[in-house]
Every structure is written in C-alpha cells, then in structure tokens.
Design a protein around this ligand. Sequence first.
Ligand SMILES: [Zn+2]
Ligand SMILES: [Zn+2]
Length: 372
Amino acid sequence: MDSCEYEQIEPRARPTPAPTPPTRDGREERRRPRRRWEVFPGKNRFCCGGRVIMARQSGVFPLTLGLILLTCGLFFIFDCPFLVQHLTSCIPAIGGVLFLFVLLTLLRTSFSDPGILPRATPDEAAEVEKQIDGSGNASYRPPPRTLEVAINQQPVKLKYCFTCRMFRPPRTSHCSLCDNCVERFDHHCPWVGNCVGKRNYRFFYAFIVSLSFLTAFIFGCVATHLALRAQGGRGLVFALQESPGSAVELAICFFSVWSILGLSGFHTYLVASNVTTNEDIKGSWSGKSGEGVANPYSHRSAVLNCCATLCGPMPPSLIDRRGFLPQDESVQAGDTQPPAAAPVSQINVVGGASRPTLALQEPLNSSSADAS
Ligand SMILES: [Zn+2]
Ligand SMILES: [Zn+2]
C-alpha cells in the first residue's frame, strides 16, 4: 500500500566514522569517540549505550507498569488456582498470553524512538534562514513563519520550528516535554512515559487494545471466582475473606476498565479515519479551525486507513543515536548540537548531505491508493 503522507527515501547519511582503536596513550583515550546519544539535544534519557530511549519526564510510567504487574500477579496467585480447579485450565493460559502481549507492547512503546526528527545543523539552519529572509534584512522576522505545500491537491501549512530550526514536515509537531519534533505526532503520553508518533503508534494502539481485553478478562474471572466462592449462602464477605487479593483486583479493574475501553474506542476511530489525536484536538480536518477541509491523508476507506496506520513498513529511526560523532566534534562536543543525520525534504528546505530525503507523494490519486 502506498503511504498517504510522504515516503522516506533511503537515508544518505554519511557513514558513521569508525572509532579510533583505543591506545595506551592517555591523551588518545580522552579523545575516545563519543556516540551521538551522549550529546543529544532533546530532553530524553538513554540507557544501554543509547539502545533504549525514553522521555526524561517519564510521567506515571512506573505506576502503569506497577498496576499491571500487581493486578496480574494477584490474579495468578489468588484466582487462577481456584478457577483451574473449578472451571478450566484455559484461564491462566489466556491470561498469561494477554499479560505478555500487554507488557511487550507497553515496553516497546515506552522505550523506542517515536519518530524524532534531528535538528538542523548550523549550516542547514543558515540555509533556511537565507531562503526565508529573502529580503536580506536579517533583523526582520515576520511571525509566524509558514510554508504552504499541496498534499493531494490540498494546501497544508508547514510551520517553522524555532527550536529545531527547520520547517516541520506534514503532521510533525514539536513536543514541549521531550523538546523534539516528532513525525506523525499523536500525543505525549505520560502513562507510557514517551511521545507517541510515527514509529511507535502501532505498539501504543496494540497496547491499549490488549489492555482493554486483559482488564475485562481479569474483571470477569475475578467476579466469577467470587460468585463461586459465595455460593451456598456463604456470602460475598466470606468470599473476599477467603481471597483478599481478588478485592484489590476488582477495585483496580472496575475503576480502570472504563477509561481504557473509552481510549481504545477513541483510537480505533482515529486509526479508521487516519487522524492523529493532535489533529483531532486541533480540529484540523473537522472544520473546528474554521477551514472546513477534508483530511488529505485519509484513504477514504476505514480498512485502508487501518492498514496504512498499523501495518505499513516500519520507518527507520533518523536520530542515529548509536552512531559516532566525527572525531573533531567529539572532542569539543558536549553542549553543541550533533550534526545528526536528519531528514530534508522537498518541503523542508533544510539541505545537507547527511540528511535523508522526504519526498512528497501524491498517494491518494485513486489509482495509487487502490493500486496497493
Ligand atoms: Zn522542533
Ligand atoms: Zn514527548
């Protein structure tokens, strides 16, 4: 299927320079090659040598993880043995599969690059400045800076990001908490402690949908467990005394299941209409902004929109966080911006040899959309 936004052409990133082999000379060792994540300008935390990325403000992610582990732990300890004995051994098997799926999708959402765009290098930023300020008057900056491009014959305004010093590609937004521009920015989710964007939205969606099933499943099993124990006139109080953990599970599931179900429903609507939370809140395509324009990214079919959002090829990470800085920059680095391999597009007038190209497509020509 064709992408309905723009297609990333293979990065023309300059090859990461090979690290200088360590020598016994102390001065050489001090000049050890530094990886790009060590001087990353955004507000992110990196672990495992840059392999794991997370927002510095991880929000209530530990609470999310703790609640899932606590509820599932209590379920397997207090409810499963009784239900296996009185009903079927499928219950812990189903619960186990759902629990593992929820955990994996949560960790994948939280610890992956959501689609961060590297900032412009000084040279690239200067090039954009020159193009914007064609008058030659460096002090004159007409706010706001915008650039208009056509997507599916529909004009879309691109805003200039003063932090990243480039025009944001379509659907890109700057997250103030992470201090990065994120492609197909959906929202910054404190529950998963990361931005949700182009590269981790499918995992986020899988997480909330599977969490809905897990919560409803545990709720149903715990209610059945307590009902069976209360049989024969022994009452609910007796059942809760026999299985005190079930009361905690019941309370957690009861108070969380409604919001999780609501969130899953909302994101299912967003996926089916190929809209991001950010666009929905701003009313970009619903006329709330007064423009009354149709969503240019929609494939006009819920199934095609779902496939495009959830099943498309995984875009590569553009921040090359494990790559090495060139030797000269690695020595004086620290507070300076890394000349990261960043995207440039026909619409993003930032130029530079190290950047991959984002080429605008015309995907929603009925022929190309259907050709998939
Ligand atoms: Zn930005
Ligand atoms: Zn963020």
